[in-house]
Design a protein around this ligand. Structure first.
Ligand SMILES: [Zn+2]
Length: 321
């Protein structure tokens, strides 16, 4: 644990003491209009010593599911009964959030900028601030994401299953689908590993919407982690975790004709190799191509826009091997 003794936690020059539940603003930079932009943070600091877990959302500004997960948790988190601390950051990329945008105003992906650089690009500076203020303190981290524009994801957890502690955290969350992915350089997950912070990514739903079914799975998974780390108990008994299935890789089925795509299977369905997944038709509805599974596995992502171009990725299948 990075914070064995319950010493005050410092954020942007402010101190939070054991037993406190506080909201703070971490100043980032000024807009061209000179208005300050800051990251809103909520800290629940338990009276008893324990681990520090960070719940993070909105690194991609249009991925807002995690914000709703935190809203559901907060009223039940009491520093008197918590062991350790919980740091919640509902929106990291505040710029993207305000503009319904995945990226920063300079078109950079914040999730390729970690751990950052105080003298670098806009993204590098924001990543550096986040690393110093949040990541540096956390023993555990859950980073909530959704699919990108035009796609939808089945709720699942991604982590590096080769790292035992990461795999253990993913199992505590208890998602039906746990996907092994080696972290890409510059992601928060990659930086977390360097800071000895155990991190998982939750993926589910799509951008700019609250998908309630996905949010409820994320809420119960997060309660399960908080309970298993002995940070706090959920307010009511949570549903037992589904049996997790581990997936080692994934592949995208691509459209081999341009046209209108109709998926006949659903997210979460298990499919066999060569099984029909849907059809591509012309604009009048005449079938021009059948789409088949390139591999056996589980459908974890799909295109939501029926208009597809030849070569476009349309169905994402996770494989157990
Ligand atoms: Zn994302």
């Amino acid at each position: 644990m990075k914070n064995r003794k319950p010493l005050p936690l410092a954020f942007a020059g402010l101190q939070i003491h054991p037993g406190e539940k506080k909201r703070i603003e971490i100043p980032v930079s000024r807009l061209p209009t000179q208005t300050w932009v800051s990251i809103p943070v909520q800290v629940i600091y338990g009276e008893k010593p324990g681990p520090c877990i960070a719940l993070i959302s909105g690194i991609h500004g249009d991925e807002i599911n995690g914000m709703e997960v935190m809203r559901e948790l907060v009223p039940h988190l009491d520093p008197k009964t918590i062991r350790g601390s919980i740091i919640m950051v509902p929106v990291v990329n505040v710029f993207g959030f305000l503009n319904n945008e995945r990226y920063l105003p300079d078109r950079r992906d914040l999730n390729r900028c970690f751990p950052g650089n105080p003298k670098g690009s806009m993204g590098a500076r924001l990543a550096h601030l986040f690393t110093q203020e949040i990541l540096h303190k956390a023993d555990y981290l859950i980073d909530f994401h959704t699919a990108t524009v035009g796609r939808m994801n089945y709720p699942h957890v991604r982590t590096n299953l080769r790292l035992q502690k990461n795999a253990a955290l993913a199992k505590m969350f208890g998602a039906e689908v746990i996907m092994h992915t080696s972290p890409t350089e510059g992601t928060l997950r990659d930086a977390a590993r360097k800071y000895k912070c155990q991190a998982i990514v939750f993926e589910g739903g799509g951008p700019n919407v609250f998908n309630n079914e996905v949010i409820q799975k994320a809420v119960s998974g997060t309660w399960s982690v908080l309970q298993k780390l002995k940070i706090c108990m959920p307010p009511k008994k949570i549903k037992p975790n589904p049996k997790s299935k581990l997936y080692k890789s994934s592949t995208w089925v691509r459209a081999h004709r341009s046209g209108i795509f109709r998926l006949t299977e659903n997210l979460g369905d298990e499919v066999e190799q060569k099984q029909p997944l849907g059809i591509i038709s012309n604009i009048f509805g005449d079938t021009i191509a059948k789409v088949k599974a390139s591999q056996s596995g589980t459908i974890i992502g799909m295109a939501t826009d029926p208009k597809v171009h030849k070569g476009e990725a349309i169905v994402h299948i996770a494989k157990t091997s």
